[in-house]
Design a protein around this ligand. Structure first.
Ligand SMILES: N[C@@H](CCC[C@H](N)C(=O)O)C(=O)O
Length: 317
């Protein structure tokens, strides 16, 4: 079967995106496409929804399904808003209906979208995370990992473990890699794995590097950046409101508001289309292949934007 896929990215977190009806083979498709194109972090499937403009499912490049994907949702938001000729829409995800909207451009030539990130829970059972009898883990060291790194565990609703680290630990991500690999293998703490982010405050925001469950190190993870902005506000590293979040793939804005237990999070950033790809999905996955790829013109604008901000984030990469 010939499929048309759009290769897209949000902060260089890169996916093949396509519209489809429900099928059983999305996981195999994600694995096969990732084997053919190591640039991608997974696939985004846009499905019909009975309760929203569309439904999004996201599969990591190892075939595991995630409950949410912030960078991916911006790309899906763009697709649905352009398809339905609307400025705002509601997208059904595995655990929530989320509001999305077109925003003013981040920079010339960059399609920009804002997406709601919800629901938020600090309850360890929602990740799930098991650590003694604790019901939450907020801004405390995990002594077996390091006495010096305050960690927070939060589900948005996919699971995140976030550590605040000094600049030198961003430059050498080996500590992060070791523990993220451990928590995403056989271990007693995270039975479903976890996305692990290391965060460092900057003069005008924060820098976040993420090791994603089911993927490995990514240029950026939208839910991780938003959860990291929340944790940074709670730790008083940055004020509540709009937080500039830098990452190896660029920069996004995360808006954070917290009144008691009521937390509202929004992620704003690029939704860039890279190319249109024809893919032959045969019954035998091993034989499936990319037939053609036609580049679009948008990436040059994104690279110009990254060039403008790189003096701020290059100290971390
Ligand atoms: N890159 C995504 C998150 C993708 C899912 C994640 N790897 C998981 O398994 O939870 C984002 O932008 O949020």
């Amino acid at each position: 079967m010939e499929m048309t896929l759009t290769k897209v990215h949000g902060s260089m977190n890169t996916f093949y995106m396509f519209e489809s009806d429900e099928r059983e083979d999305f996981a195999q498709l994600a694995i096969r496409l990732s084997a053919l194109d190591p640039d991608i972090d997974g696939i985004l499937v846009i499905l019909p929804s009975a309760v929203a403009h569309a439904k999004m499912r996201v599969f990591n490049n190892d075939g595991s399904e995630a409950s949410m994907c912030g960078n991916g949702l911006r790309c899906v938001a763009r697709y649905v808003c352009e398809r339905d000729r609307v400025q705002e829409a509601v997208i059904e995800t595995l655990k929530a209906l989320l509001r999305v909207k077109k925003e003013e451009t981040l920079n010339e030539g960059i399609e920009t979208y804002a997406v709601e990130i919800a629901p938020v829970s600090f309850s360890l059972s929602s990740l799930p995370m098991k650590y003694g009898d604790n019901s939450e883990w907020i801004h405390q060291a995990l002594p077996f990992v390091s006495e010096k790194i305050p960690f927070s565990a939060v589900a948005v609703p996919n699971p995140h473990l976030i550590g605040i680290v000094p600049q030198e630990m961003q430059k050498d991500p080996s500590h992060q890699q070791k523990w993220a690999q451990y928590f995403n293998g056989e271990n007693e703490y995270f039975s479903d794995g976890v996305n692990v982010s290391y965060v460092t405050p900057m003069e005008n925001g924060i820098f976040v590097r993420t090791y994603e469950r089911g993927v490995g190190f990514t240029n950026a993870c939208g839910t991780a950046m938003t959860a990291s902005a929340l944790v940074s506000c709670m730790a008083e590293l940055v004020p509540y409101g709009d937080v500039a979040v830098y990452n190896p793939g660029g920069m996004v804005k995360c808006s954070v508001s917290k009144q008691g237990d009521d937390i509202q999070l929004q992620l704003t950033g690029n939704a860039t289309y890279l190319s249109v790809v024809k893919f032959d999905w045969s019954n035998n996955a091993e034989e499936s292949s990319i037939l053609s790829s036609e580049s679009l013109e948008e990436q040059a604008f994104y690279e110009k934007f990254v060039g403008n901000i790189s003096n701020l984030s290059k100290q971390f990469v």
